[in-house]
Write a protein that binds this ligand. Sequence first.
Ligand SMILES: NC(=O)c1ccc[n+]([C@@H]2O[C@H](COP(=O)([O-])OP(=O)(O)OC[C@H]3O[C@@H](n4cnc5c(N)ncnc54)[C@H](OP(=O)(O)O)[C@@H]3O)[C@@H](O)[C@H]2O)c1
Length: 298
Amino acid sequence: MSVTNSLLVTGAAGQLGRRVVELLLESKAGRVIAGTRSPEKCGDLAKRGAIVRKVDFDEPHTLSDAIAGVDRVLLISTDSMELGRRGQQHERAIGVLVEAGIKQVVYTSLARAEKGSPVLLAGDHISTEKSLAESGLGHTILRNNLYTDLLMMSLPKAVAMGKLFAAAGTGGAAYVTREDCARAAAAALSAAFEGKRTLELTGPSVVTHADLASLASELSGKRVDYVPMEPDALAGAMVTQGMPEAVAKLWVSFDVGMARGFFGPASTAFHELTGKAPTGVAEFLSTHRQAFVAAANG
Ligand SMILES: NC(=O)c1ccc[n+]([C@@H]2O[C@H](COP(=O)([O-])OP(=O)(O)OC[C@H]3O[C@@H](n4cnc5c(N)ncnc54)[C@H](OP(=O)(O)O)[C@@H]3O)[C@@H](O)[C@H]2O)c1
């Protein structure tokens, strides 16, 4: 690929976007444009060579301005919790990319974003994938599995209680680290590929909640038991603990997705894109053992 390729990463102030920009700069993948609602948060990226431009999907003209001269775009899904809103934002953005005749759009979707998924956010990703399919644009859909990183929030709480409550039954997820998602996205954006493909991006294996409970026990030295619950009972318990009902339902829908097999099986996509093996859950947690134990004791 020519070093003059211009690569735009949207959401560059977010955790994933920022890391992709860093990786592209490190590998000298081309001209790197960091698009964000908050250019002031990307001064360090500018110092390292990125061109920072304002991009807000709610103000589509910002994207039209930012993609002048751009060849390939990483469209990072937004973080709205209002169901349907992400899909609308992405659809508007794709409309702008069509006008500009972008050669390849890489989109961060959700594991098995297919009809029948019980995950409440799946609809937004299904509609975005449909918009991409209908756009005629070359695209790589990266269906990111659940971030392993999120276990650093949920598992220490389980250690503190000695119980891991979930509505995932015996199902699990092929968790993938955010770092591996960034590496895969950077590889897909800087590759020469101009066709259409959908890749399930996962870690090396499916990990169940029984596995997580035993990993949490090993890391902390405290006994942790997995307590399977019914989805409604778990959502009710979360609401009683103070979680807004909509958030509790959303959270529990991921568990139901696991119970029904929507977060597996593991794939070889990460290796195909990067030539490397993805990081497993046990490896990730033991690398962050100190922070894990501190969070469990805090
Ligand atoms: N696989 C998983 O387990 C998992 C977990 C959490 C989230 N996600 C999804 O993956 C995405 C990236 O993850 P992350 O860890 O980087 O999340 P994050 O740090 O919370 O970042 C949120 C992202 O949404 C972007 N965004 C929000 N509103 C936008 C708008 N109006 N226009 C354009 N961009 C907008 C932000 O861009 P700027 O701030 O730069 O404008 C930022 O990149 C999330 O937004 C979410 O869709 C996946």
